[in-house]
Design a protein around this ligand. Structure first.
Ligand SMILES: [Zn+2]
Length: 337
């Protein structure tokens, strides 16, 4: 196995202020790791699921002159994920496995020959792909994403919002894996299995790094606060929230509640976009994803005001959640009219 392990960087973000009870154990660790980027890229090339970022394949297709043998390897990669039921819930475990230099693992070891094959391919400049990627991943460290994140002052805020989640006392750290991104703008981000994976291009400018930091906050809220889990677990809310959101395929009321929650936190307490511009933008599209966006941008400010009251100590966690639920249900009856 030629795969090298480089640059496993752990940053711990400071301990929260003591003036309000909060989930103090919750930390965010930024990890930049060559192995993780290699795994992530090959995983995307394999298109094992429709939700992977398929643009990686086209981006590298020419530069690495993919041939039939390569496509066979990628098919095999996809088959390993599917046959061994290594689904989206395994993303965090896979990321940890990769960034710990691929320790022996009953199922994951099957990926090793495939990673090895692609690592030794030749990139268009004549360089070995592994060396090319190593150099690019090194650059990710210079992007100051952690600094941007810290400047948003979000860590303390998220710790407080975790009080809305009864499991907050058990929360410890969340890893944020930064992987080689190909988009010039801010790339994809996902939170599956307890940690985050964020794509970022080594040539990202300051504006993109900033955008990525706020995207990261949004994903972090999904992981740490995970308000939908509470709504679906508790007796008094589960029946109300475990029903399909009207007109949104595959999404229930709890899913959209959590999305509105995450957007409201970012917009009201951190980013302060002009919601009316977003409403205007999304009102013209018919696809589900834009109609969703239209829904939350229409309510993001008002919903966010209640979150602000909670953060400022005007309401306690239970009061806040009740107010949010009431508001949300009223938005639904308005949109149904
Ligand atoms: Zn989201």
């Amino acid at each position: 196995m030629k795969i090298r392990k480089i640059n496993l960087i752990y940053f711990k973000i400071g301990i929260g202020k003591k003036n309000m009870e909060s989930s103090e154990n919750l930390n965010l660790n930024f990890i930049v790791d060559y192995n993780m980027s290699l795994f992530y890229i090959v995983n995307c090339w394999s298109k094992w699921d429709i939700d992977v970022n398929e643009s990686y394949y086209n981006y590298f297709k020419e530069n690495l002159s993919f041939n039939e043998e390569d496509d066979e390897f990628l098919k095999k990669f996809a088959a390993i994920r599917i046959q061994n039921k290594i689904g989206w819930d395994s993303e965090s475990e896979l990321a940890s496995w990769a960034s710990h230099n691929f320790p022996s693992h009953e199922k994951f070891d099957l990926f090793k020959p495939i990673l090895n094959h692609f690592e030794s391919k030749t990139y268009r400049n004549g360089e070995n792909f592994g060396n090319f990627l190593k150099r690019e991943v090194d650059k990710l460290e210079t992007l100051k994403l952690q600094k941007e994140y810290e400047d948003l002052d979000a860590q303390d805020l998220i710790r407080k919002l975790c009080l809305l989640n009864p499991e907050y006392k058990n929360l410890k750290s969340v890893n944020c894996y930064l992987v080689y991104g190909i988009d010039k703008g801010s790339g994809g981000a996902g939170a599956n299995g307890g940690d985050m994976i964020v794509e970022i291009s080594p040539i990202a400018g300051d504006a993109v790094v900033k955008d990525t930091a706020s995207k990261l906050v949004h994903e972090y809220i999904h992981i740490a606060v995970c308000i939908k889990k509470r709504l679906l677990n508790e007796e008094k809310t589960k029946d109300k929230f475990n029903i399909p959101f009207p007109g949104f395929e595959g999404r229930n009321l709890a899913d959209l509640f959590e999305e509105l929650f995450a957007y409201s936190v970012c917009n009201t307490l951190i980013d302060h976009y002009d919601a009316s511009k977003k409403i205007e933008k999304y009102s013209q599209y018919k696809q589900q994803i834009y109609r969703e966006a239209y829904f939350w941008w229409s309510h993001v400010d008002e919903f966010g005001e209640s979150l602000k009251d909670f953060i400022n100590g005007k309401t306690n966690p239970e009061e806040c959640l009740n107010i949010l639920i009431e508001k949300y249900l009223s938005y639904l009856s308005i949109s149904n009219r």
